[in-house]
Design a protein around this ligand. Structure first.
Ligand code: SAH
Length: 368
C-alpha cells in the first residue's frame, strides 16, 4: 500500500455510528428479519447487545455467556425490568439469563436457541478453545442461525496508531481469506451454509481492504429435530447462572387480571361519564329523554367494526349506573386482552362491583 495514501486515510477514518454500534445494529436487523424467539449472545461482556435486543418484541428468551463474571455483574442490573414494565406488562413473555462459563464447554442451558451471536469473540480464544468452539456452537447448540464477527486484519493498516492487534487480549486477527476458509470448513463440517459480509466500509479506492469488521452469517441446512434435542444430548451443567430476570407479561394470569380490571374500570368510567352528561342534558323530560341515545355513536370510533346491540346499552336505575359487561367486552382493547367473554367474566368476578346477575359493572351515583 502506498504509504502517503495510507497516512491520508488513517487521519480520517472514523466510523459513524461507531463500529460497535454498527455490529449491534447488524444483529438487530438480523433479528428483525428472522424473528428468532430464543437468542444467546456468547462473549456478551457488558451486556450491551442484550440490552438492545430485549426491545425486539419477537424475543422471549435472551441468554448471555461470558468467561469474565465481573464484566457481566457490573452491568447486569441494566437487564432488570423497569417500573414501566410492571405498569404496562408486555404481551410477550421475556426471560433474560446470564451465565458464567466458556464457549469451549457444553452446557444444556445453551440448547434450544434459534440465534447465537458471537460478536468479536473468536479472536479472544486461545488455540485449544478455538478448536473446541465449532463443536460447542454448531455441533451441540446447533441453532438455526449463527452470526460471527471478527476483525479483518487487512483493514488494520488504515487504522491510526495500531501496533499489532486492535485489542491487547486478541490472540489473532485474520485476513478475509483466513476467516472465510475457517468459516467455510466449519459450515461444511456441521451442515450449515455461510454468507460473508461486514460493517465499517473501507474508504473509496481502498475497497480491496474489505470491511473493518468481517461477519459470517451461518444458516443451518437441516431441520430441528423437535423436542428431543435436549434429551438426545445429555450433558452436565457446567455454567454458573449469575443473573435471571423474568419480565412481567400478560401471559401470566396475575398481570393479565390486573390489566383487564384496569381496562374494564377505565372503559366503564368513560361510558358512565358520557351517559351522565347526556342524562343531565335531557333532564327528566320523557319526550326529550326518548330522543336520548346514550347510544354507542359517541364510541363508534373506539368500537371500530364491533357491532353494539340495543340490549348492550348502559342505563341508569335509581342511584345506579349499569354498564353491561357485553358492551365493555366489545371495546377492542378489552376484547383483545380477554379473547372470550367467559374469560372477561372470570377475570373480573369478585374484583369489581357487578350487578346481582353478574352481567354489568355498577357505579353508585348517589353523591354525584
Ligand atoms: N461481544 C461483545 C464483547 C466482545 S469482547 C461486544 O460485542 O462488544 C470478547 C468477550 O469474550 C469478553 O468479554 C471476554 O471476556 C469474552 N470471552 C473470552 N473468552 C471467552 C470464552 N472462552 N468463553 C466465553 N467468553 C469469552
Amino acid at each position: 500500500m502506498d504509504k502517503n495514501f495510507q497516512e491520508e486515510f488513517t487521519q480520517i477514518i472514523k466510523f459513524k455510528p461507531p463500529l460497535y454500534k454498527q455490529r449491534h445494529q447488524f444483529v438487530k436487523d438480523l433479528v428483525e428479519k428472522y424473528k428468532p424467539k430464543k437468542v444467546a449472545d456468547l462473549g456478551c461482556a457488558d451486556c450491551s447487545l442484550l440490552r438492545m435486543l430485549k426491545f425486539c418484541s419477537c424475543i422471549e428468551v435472551l441468554a448471555g455467556l461470558d468467561i469474565c463474571a465481573n464484566v457481566m455483574q457490573e452491568n447486569m442490573h441494566t437487564l432488570s425490568p423497569l417500573p414501566v414494565d410492571y405498569l404496562q406488562p408486555s404481551e410477550r413473555s421475556l426471560t433474560v439469563t446470564l451465565h458464567h462459563g466458556s464457549v469451549a464447554h457444553k452446557d444444556p442451558c445453551m440448547l434450544g436457541f434459534d440465534l447465537v451471536t458471537c460478536i468479536e469473540l473468536i479472536e479472544h480464544l486461545e488455540e485449544p478453545e478455538l478448536k473446541k468452539f465449532p463443536e460447542v456452537v454448531f455441533g451441540f447448540m446447533a441453532p438455526s442461525i449463527v452470526v460471527i464477527s471478527t476483525p479483518n486484519s487487512e483493514f488494520n493498516p488504515l487504522l491510526p496508531g495500531l501496533m499489532l492487534y486492535r485489542h491487547p487480549d486478541h490472540k489473532f486477527e485474520w485476513n478475509q481469506a483466513q476467516f472465510q476458509s475457517w468459516a467455510l470448513e466449519t459450515a461444511r463440517c456441521y451442515d450449515y451454509s455461510v454468507e460473508f459480509t461486514g460493517v465499517g466500509h473501507p474508504p473509496e479506492g481502498m475497497e480491496k481492504a474489505g470491511f473493518c469488521t468481517q461477519i459470517g452469517v451461518f444458516i443451518r441446512k437441516y431441520p430441528r429435530t423437535g423436542e428431543s434435542v435436549q434429551s438426545e444430548k445429555p450433558t452436565e451443567a457446567v455454567y454458573k447462572t449469575v443473573f435471571k430476570a423474568v419480565y412481567p407479561s400478560l401471559k401470566d394470569e396475575k398481570y393479565l387480571q390486573n390489566a383487564v380490571i384496569s381496562e374494564v374500570i377505565f372503559t366503564a368510567q368513560i361510558m358512565k361519564h358520557r351517559l351522565m352528561s347526556k342524562h343531565q342534558e335531557y333532564g327528566d323530560d320523557p319526550e326529550r329523554k326518548s330522543k336520548f341515545q346514550p347510544s354507542m355513536d359517541c364510541f363508534s370510533d373506539y368500537l371500530g367494526k364491533l357491532v353494539v346491540e340495543k340490549n348492550m346499552e348502559p342505563f341508569v336505575s335509581g342511584n345506579e349506573v349499569h354498564i353491561p359487561l357485553t358492551t365493555i367486552f366489545s371495546f377492542p382493547k378489552v376484547n383483545r386482552l380477554c379473547g372470550t367473554f367467559e374469560k372477561l367474566c372470570k377475570l373480573v368476578a369478585g374484583k369489581i362491583t357487578l350487578s346481582s346477575d353478574g352481567s354489568a359493572v355498577i357505579f353508585n351515583i348517589e353523591h354525584e
